[in-house]
Design a protein. Structure first.
Length: 287
């Protein structure tokens, strides 16, 4: 089965080849598609990340604009294309049918990144793509856009920035494991398990998950403390507030303590859910 990153490249090259119909001759289309594919492979540096490959393709711009650029290049070299009114069958000279040659005579594709001579359409496409990437990094996109992308398991990675739940699980298993462990800690709260030494089992499991989150490089420090601090905040502050409201001011300390321990476990679970949702959102929307 073809990897998602490879499928992205194939789709992009296919669009370019389709756009070349009626513009370039058959031999020119084949040569153009071959050099384009080779150039993409150079730019992706062997990456199998759909998200990174999507960024590379965004830098290349609109495939149709690349075809127009290739047609202009050939015209400047005096090489007839399919839409030129030249006699049929005039061959293109190999020396001018390509933009350059690499070591050993290998045909190369013209530089894409930071190409100041790119057509206005290509520059506009790059600008829009870069603005979208910047918004994603800064968290200024649509509300909860990352969580919506998480549900798009079978979506086109070009439309989702290469980020969905399946990609996250594959590329960042340790971060996903940390969130799973935090959820397990919350689910263990209602179960009456014997303590480990002096520590309750849910606390020990939560500590393991919290350590993984703290040592992760995927979240910012603020996000880490919000994610792992929400359960503690729910347990302490939530327990005090809800317990106090349930017993009232005149009930006495003993009644308050009983109510605190009665509701604090539930508040810990709620806080864990909030924290994990926040970590997942930041992982999908920012990283």
């Amino acid at each position: 089965m073809i990897e998602r990153a490879d499928q992205l490249v194939l789709n992009y090259v296919s669009k370019a080849a389709d756009a070349a119909h009626g513009v370039l001759r058959a031999d020119q289309r084949l040569d153009f598609a071959k050099r384009l594919r080779a150039r993409i492979e150079v730019e992706r540096h062997g990456s199998q990340s759909a998200r990174e490959v999507a960024k590379v393709l965004a830098r290349f711009g609109d495939p149709a604009a690349l075809v127009e650029r290739e047609a202009r290049r050939l015209a400047e070299q005096g090489v007839p294309t399919k839409r030129d009114l030249a006699p049929a069958g005039v061959p293109a000279t190999p020396e001018v049918a390509v933009s350059g040659e690499g070591p050993g005579g290998t045909r190369t594709f013209p530089a894409i990144v930071d190409d100041r001579d790119a057509p206005p359409g290509v520059r506009a496409y790059r600008r829009i793509a870069q603005e979208r990437l910047d918004k994603q990094r800064q968290g200024h996109g649509l509300p909860l856009a990352g969580l919506r992308r998480a549900a798009m398991f079978s979506a086109n990675p070009m439309a989702t920035g290469g980020r969905d739940a399946r990609t996250i699980v594959k590329e960042q298993p340790r971060d996903v494991s940390a969130m799973v462990i935090l959820v397990v800690a919350a689910l263990l709260v209602p179960i009456d398990l014997p303590p480990l030494a002096i520590f309750e089992v849910p606390v020990v499991v939560w500590a393991v998950g919290a350590a993984l989150v703290l040592f992760s490089e995927s979240w910012k420090v603020r996000d880490k403390f919000l994610g792992i601090g929400a359960p503690l905040l729910g347990y302490s502050v939530g327990g005090v507030l809800i317990g106090g409201l349930r017993v009232g001011i005149e009930a006495g300390m003993q009644a308050f303590v009983e109510q605190f321990f009665d509701v604090s476990g539930t508040m810990f679970m709620i806080g864990t859910g909030v924290g994990v949702v926040w970590l997942a959102y930041r992982l999908l929307d920012v990283s």
